[in-house]
Design a protein. Structure first.
Length: 118
């Protein structure tokens, strides 16, 4: 499966953005999907994931602010980001895996930059 993330941009603190991750080549329903991010000078960080059955899991720092959803009919996964903070500034990546218990994501999309100004 090929993944393409989009929807990043510049937003003020407190604002919202919705990122999309469109899949091609295979049906996204076959995959557990995740979002990661990498801030300048920092290591890549897990943000959250949505399983094939649509159960979600988030890193503590985004709980209550970010929501991952999936639309298998559109072969797309979304990351709705509300109440954005400057520390959310990063390149955001989507990724896919087939085994929920595995730590390894097999497919990655190119990143989309989110910049949150204070």
């Amino acid at each position: 499966v090929q993944l393409q993330a989009c929807g990043g941009g510049l937003v003020q603190a407190g604002g919202s953005l919705r990122l999309s991750c469109a899949a091609s080549g295979r049906a996204i329903r076959d995959y557990h999907m995740a979002w990661f991010r990498q801030a300048p000078g920092k290591e890549r960080e897990f943000v959250g994931r949505i399983s094939r059955s649509a159960s979600t899991l988030y890193v503590e720092s985004v709980k209550g602010r970010f929501t991952i959803s999936r639309d298998n009919t559109k072969n797309t996964v979304y990351l709705q980001m509300n109440s954005l903070k400057p520390e959310d500034t990063a390149i955001y990546y989507c990724a896919a895996k087939t085994v929920l218990s595995s730590q390894q994501y097999l497919q990655w999309g190119q990143g989309t930059l989110v910049t949150v100004s204070s």
